[in-house]
Design a protein around this ligand. Structure first.
Ligand SMILES: Nc1ncnc2c1ncn2[C@@H]1O[C@H](COP(=O)(O)OP(=O)(O)OP(=O)(O)O)[C@@H](O)[C@H]1O
Length: 570
């Protein structure tokens, strides 16, 4: 860091600190030894001061490094983010263009350009920057693909943030570590390349440069071998400083890159299948045309969702229909894999790209949600429907303090200024039972407990007073005492705000505690629905009885469902 700062300072104040003009020749000091004459580092074979030449070459060396690195990082990062985040055709085009760039032999091209049209150093470095952006592009693209399905990115999407903001703030911040490190290595490499070109005599011969000093010393090797030391040492020290800086940054930022979750990896595999020729969303569903109004707040009708499995389509939601009314709490229960999350993700617009909505409709307050673009959906999320996820910790962006994440969502959904949004966020934190809202507001996610993180997410979800709150297993990741507190909190808030609540759970105890009505799902279908009291007292389906039995046994709900034949007998 000290060496790099020194080099940068020398580059700026170079004209004022030169001991001698670098081109001044004193024949009597030709090959003068270092520390013996007025030339501190000695004289070169023409009688010029080596120290003055080194100082004079610093500005161009740093400039070359800056131009190449900033163009490579700027281009690679921008296109990598866009390709990785949006995928599809944008990704295909970007990957193709950068694939072509990677095949261009940069140094040979530069030598040809220098020889044929005598380009200037900044132009040469800019051209090399464009060619070097491929490494950054592929790095950023792959990191972005891993991060884009992380729960906290989904959470940002659900809170209504635009894609630009999500990419610029949440994704870029999560992946910044590796980019900074690669940029430091690129900067060192750029120095070597520019010195190498000058060494070959391709640069501006009227100006002193580190490469040309090295070249002069090399030609004079048998007479004054020590002349190689100074340019070699300067180049080596600055390049090594860049590499050490890169390593130090990697150590400092270790852990800031969030590893892809199993879910994200599963999605990537599915996405690869889609690229192998699988059709995108089936547009039979929904559409954005206005539809007839229904009394229900959320009206899901004949929803069918599937995933391509080789040549066949595997249905995971098979004709699901239900309604959530204003002020009502509806529980969605079922064994693992029964389709609860896929159902609520269909409403929230969070299904992975590989999902195919085969048919049906989901209306929120009379407005069809299926088939809408991200931009259109963001008008509904946050203000109209909000989401409380299963894993509170992974739904908070670890790079930001808790408070600004709530404020950000509020400001996107309302006209409030920063100050008012901050005060609303603090009020909400207090409302969800956080004792010291200001302290929590200023904390990073890793500084708060899981229960507190879930309270924070509930505060963020209800801040804009949504009509519908969707909670996906909101207590599963919490310990038992905290579970009860969070359920109490949800009940109180639901009554205070008169929200419709759709709560996903595999736990009939939660249903009994919180819900007015319940839907029991199995293998993508609804097998039983009704008022909680009726369903729990007189379950009509064998599978519901199995779930109830496991609850009464005080055991985990059984995940083995009765066979279809057995169910059919009921
Ligand atoms: N990306 C995907 N690709 C293929 N199949 C998927 C994908 N995501 C989910 N599924 C399948 O959809 C079905 C329903 O999954 P879903 O996550 O909705 O279940 P769930 O009832 O919410 O289970 P859990 O309680 O374990 O979260 C499962 O069989 C699952 O394997």
């Amino acid at each position: 860091m000290i060496i790099l700062t020194l080099a940068a300072v020398v580059a700026v104040i170079e004209p004022w600190i030169l001991p001698f003009p670098p081109e001044r020749v004193q024949i009597q000091l030709t090959n003068a030894a270092p520390f013996t004459t007025e030339y501190l580092l000695g004289g070169d074979k023409f009688g010029r001061d080596i120290l003055s030449e080194l100082i004079a070459g610093t500005r161009d060396a740093i400039l070359a490094s800056l131009i190449l690195t900033s163009i490579a990082v700027g281009l690679g990062t921008a296109f990598g983010l866009v390709a990785g985040y949006f995928g599809g055709i944008i990704d295909t085009v970007c990957t193709w263009v950068f694939g072509v760039l990677i095949a261009v032999p940069g140094i040979i091209l530069l030598i040809a350009l220098y020889t044929l049209i005598d380009i200037s150093m900044p132009v040469a470095m800019a051209a090399l920057g464009v060619l070097s952006s491929t490494g950054i592009f592929y790095l950023v693209r792959s990191l972005t693909r891993n991060v884009r399905n992380e729960p906290y990115v989904d959470a940002a999407r659900v809170s209504g943030l635009s894609n630009l903001r999500i990419v610029g703030r949440h994704v870029l911040l999560a992946i910044r570590g590796p980019i900074v490190i690669l940029a430091a290595f690129l900067a060192g490499g750029a120095l070597a390349v520019s010195a190498g070109l000058d060494f070959l005599g391709l640069g501006d011969s009227s100006k002193a440069s580190w490469g040309s000093i090295l070249n002069d010393a090399f030609g004079n090797y048998y007479i004054a071998p020590w002349q190689l030391i100074w340019p070699g040492l300067t180049l080596g020290l600055v390049m090594a400083s860049f590499v050490i800086l890169g390593n130090a940054m990697r150590d400092a930022m270790e852990g800031t890159y969030i590893k892809p979750s199993a879910r994200a990896r599963r999605r990537e595999v599915a996405e690869a299948l889609r690229h192998a020729g699988i059709r995108e969303q089936d547009r039979e569903a929904g559409g954005s045309a206005p539809t007839e109004r229904s009394d229900a707040l959320l009206d899901v009708s004949d929803l069918r969702v599937g995933y391509r499995n080789g040549d066949s389509l595997r249905s995971v939601i098979r004709g699901v229909s239900f309604q959530v009314r204003t002020g009502e709490v509806l529980g969605l229960v079922g064994e693992s894999g029964s389709g609860k999350t896929q159902t609520v993700f269909s409403a929230l617009g969070l299904l992975p790209e590989s999902a195919i909505v085969i048919g049906g409709s989901i209306r929120l307050d009379g407005h069809e949600l299926l088939g809408r673009s991200e931009r259109e959906l963001s008008r509904f999320r946050g203000a109209q429907m909000a989401y409380v996820p299963q894993e509170p910790m992974s739904n908070l962006d670890p790079s930001f303090r808790v408070g600004p994440q709530i404020v950000e969502g509020i400001r996107v959904q309302t006209d409030l200024g920063r100050r008012e949004a901050t005060s609303l966020a603090l009020d909400m934190l207090e409302k969800v039972g956080i004792r010291d809202p200001r302290r929590t507001f200023r904390s990073y996610p890793h500084e708060i407990s899981g229960g507190m993180a879930q309270r924070v997410l509930i505060a963020a979800a209800i801040a804009c007073k949504p009509k519908l709150l969707i909670a996906d297993e909101p207590t599963t990741a919490l310990d038992v005492t905290v579970q009860a507190e969070v359920l109490d909190l949800l009940r109180d808030l639901q009554q205070e705000f008169r929200m419709g609540v759709l709560i996903v759970t595999h736990n009939l105890g939660v249903v009994a505690d919180l819900c007015d009505r319940v839907i029991v799902m199995r293998e993508g279908e609804i097998v039983e629905t009704g008022d909680v009291g009726d369903v729990l007292k007189r379950p009509s389906h064998e599978y519901t009885k199995t779930l109830l039995d496991s609850l009464l046994d005080e055991a985990e709900p059984k995940t083995e469902s009765p066979s279809r034949e057995e169910s059919a007998r009921v």
